[in-house]
Write a protein that binds this ligand. Structure first.
Ligand SMILES: Cc1ncc(COP(=O)(O)O)c(C=O)c1O
Length: 396
């Protein structure tokens, strides 16, 4: 065929994922035999806990191999509702829950069900790369909120200043990818109250819900009085917390009306996440003891790495990094190194890749030019080698 394909404007306008681009660069070098230190990884370096794998096998053997309702299996929704009730004091009903293929599909459903052409959507910077693309795809207008003066921790004051007559939605993500920063629960509540008063809906992406390092505390919007879910949609995921990125399972929790629209949309796309995966997650949610033991062990390990990695990065000339209270990313400021030699943080990252084979993710894709994201979902040995290489690179 000689004619170029006339693709849809919506898709053409979508930017490719910068996180995936960085990961691809690492793969290419590795294929050439280079000993790469890959700090782009956006997933746990642990395997899925064995007890969850066993539940998946049990699900298969019990015959959970057919279509399920688009909103998910009853056992899945019941188990999530009960788990949130027991653990967070939430009073949610199964009709407020919908299963999705990872948190990402739940987020897509939530945005697509709500946003019309011209609606303004507030996105605090730095944002997760997918958020602005989802909004663009749905015809909304991204309105970015600068948060650098509060070290990337969103405040209700910043939200207040950004709200206009056209604001339809705020998308918030705490703990944050890429900064690892956590908005304290009292400030979160102020933000929610403000949005409620101004008729602004909120999607709160709780993908890293349990990856919070003490003394910061785990907080889910689902634990608020039930009326908050009239305008808030919680996006949950098993990917990171239970090291299940490849299983593609997540869920949303919100009011019944929003859930209904999302389920309708999902019924015409993915239909539902894999049946026996839903079963496995339902059983895991019933088994709080094993679930929390597994998550606790991973969290201890991430904390150990963070407590070494972040101070070590801060000792490197011209590099600074606020302490992440959650997730598994360090978001370093490299602006003192920018100028003649490296004009942008992307130039800095590319040079680091070429000279030292350390692969990182540029901050510009998260709306924070001058910053670089380093994932510490990696072995201590690799983190130590990475710090040494970055130190050598900046003095060179
Ligand atoms: C902030 C954030 N939200 C959502 C997701 C989506 O994860 P999944 O679709 O695997 O649940 C990710 C994955 O990287 C993420 O970092």
């Amino acid at each position: 065929m000689t004619n170029p394909i006339s693709f849809s404007t919506r898709t053409l306008n979508m930017k490719g994922s910068s996180t995936l681009k960085a990961a691809l660069a690492a793969t290419r070098l590795r294929e050439k035999g280079v000993d790469v230190i890959d700090l782009t990884v956006g997933e746990p370096d642990f395997d899925t806990p064995q007890f969850i794998k066993n539940y998946a096998i049990e699900g298969l053997e019990k015959g959970f191999t057919k279509y399920t309702p688009s909103a998910g299996l009853t056992i899945f929704k019941d188990s999530i509702a009960d788990h949130y009730g027991r653990q967070y004091g939430a009073s949610i009903t199964p009709a407020q829950i919908a299963a999705s293929c990872g948190g990402k599909q739940g987020l897509f459903n939530a945005v697509a069900a709500l946003v019309n052409e011209g609606d303004e959507v507030l996105l605090p910077k730095p944002y997760w790369v997918t958020f602005p693309e989802l909004v663009n795809f749905c015809g909304g207008t991204n309105v970015f909120i600068e948060t650098e003066e509060t070290d990337f921790v969103l405040t209700s004051e910043q939200v207040r200043e950004a709200i206009t007559q056209k604001t339809k939605l705020l998308i918030i993500n705490s703990p944050s990818n890429p900064s690892g920063r956590v908005v304290p629960s009292d400030e979160m509540r102020k933000i929610f109250d403000l949005c409620g008063e101004n008729g602004v809906y909120v999607i709160t992406d709780e993908c890293y819900l349990l990856f919070v390092y003490p003394p910061s505390e785990v907080f889910t919007a689902a634990s608020l009085p039930p009326e908050y879910l009239d305008f808030i949609c919680v996006s949950g995921s098993f990917s990171k917390t239970y090291a299940m990125t490849g299983w593609r399972i997540g869920y949303t929790i919100t009011n019944e009306a929003w859930t209904k629209q999302m389920v309708k949309l999902q019924s015409h796309s993915a239909t539902h996440p894999t049946s026996f995966v839903q079963y496995a997650c339902a059983k895991a949610m019933q088994n709080d003891e094993e679930s929390f033991a597994e998550v606790g062990a991973m969290l201890d390990e991430y904390k150990k790495r963070r407590d070494w990695f972040v101070p070590a990065l801060n000792e490197i000339e011209g590099i600074s990094c606020a302490l992440p209270e959650g997730a598994f990313y360090a978001f370093i400021d490299v602006r003192p190194h920018l100028g003649e030699r490296y004009k942008t943080s992307d130039d800095f990252g590319q040079a680091l890749l070429e000279k030292s084979a350390v692969v990182t993710t540029d901050g510009a894709g998260f709306g924070a030019e001058g910053f670089i994201r380093l994932s510490y979902a990696n072995s201590m040995e690799n983190l130590e080698r990475a710090v040494e290489k970055i130190r050598e690179f900046v003095v060179d």
